[in-house]
Write a protein that binds this ligand. Structure first.
Ligand SMILES: CC(C)(COP(=O)(O)OP(=O)(O)OC[C@H]1O[C@@H](n2cnc3c(N)ncnc32)[C@H](O)[C@@H]1OP(=O)(O)O)[C@@H](O)C(=O)NCCC(=O)NCCS
Length: 150
């Protein structure tokens, strides 16, 4: 079986938390994994799986102003560099467009050079926004228009 991308089930949510270091390394981001997102925005919270289990996920939602906001995207350590992150974004973009999104948005820390390179590779514009996460806490903010054609 090849990789299939589908809405996340509760079991998938718990699986990615159990495998947290394989997605995020030393970074402790469990608290950002909100079950409410999976329950309330199920059609834009997606996992990629094959016979080896869940290989990646994207959790996001569509805002009232038509922005498909990606809260978390990650691929498992054994799936990196295979195009899976791009496929997850394409699947998210399709789901977001069906809910009226006209652009995509994501944020990451200014130190996350891998994420910045990834988002640039898939066509996002980036801006460093001072104080985005509170006083003195700048974030890299990514925007790109839809449709997501590559
Ligand atoms: C960022 C991440 C999701 C990328 O996933 P991936 O499956 O490796 O990405 P892909 O294989 O689809 O790569 C797509 C493009 O991004 C580029 N890219 C991906 N990661 C990169 C990196 N660390 N450095 C430079 N370029 C990178 C690829 O070269 C590719 O470019 P190309 O299509 O022009 O050849 C993955 O590395 C990850 O899970 N990182 C940890 C979690 C994280 O930081 N998530 C993002 C913040 S929310």
């Amino acid at each position: 079986m090849g990789i299939q991308i589908a809405p996340a089930a509760m079991a998938d949510f718990h699986q990615v938390l159990a495998d947290h270091p394989r997605y995020w390394g030393e970074r402790a981001l469990r608290a950002l994994h909100l079950l409410a997102l999976v329950r309330e925005f199920g059609s834009t919270c997606l996992v990629a799986r094959d016979e080896g289990g869940v290989r990646g996920y994207v959790f996001g939602f569509v805002t009232p102003n038509g922005t498909g906001y990606v809260h978390l995207i990650a691929t498992r350590d054994d799936a990196r560099g295979t195009g899976l992150g791009r496929r997850l974004y394409a699947a998210f973009a399709g789901a977001a467009e069906r809910h009226g999104a006209r652009q995509l948005k994501a944020i990451t820390s200014t130190e996350n050079t891998g994420s910045i390179a990834f988002h640039r590779s898939i066509g996002f514009d980036m801006e460093i926004v001072d104080d985005y996460n509170g006083p003195g806490r700048a974030m890299a903010v990514f925007i790109r228009a839809l449709p997501f054609d590559s």
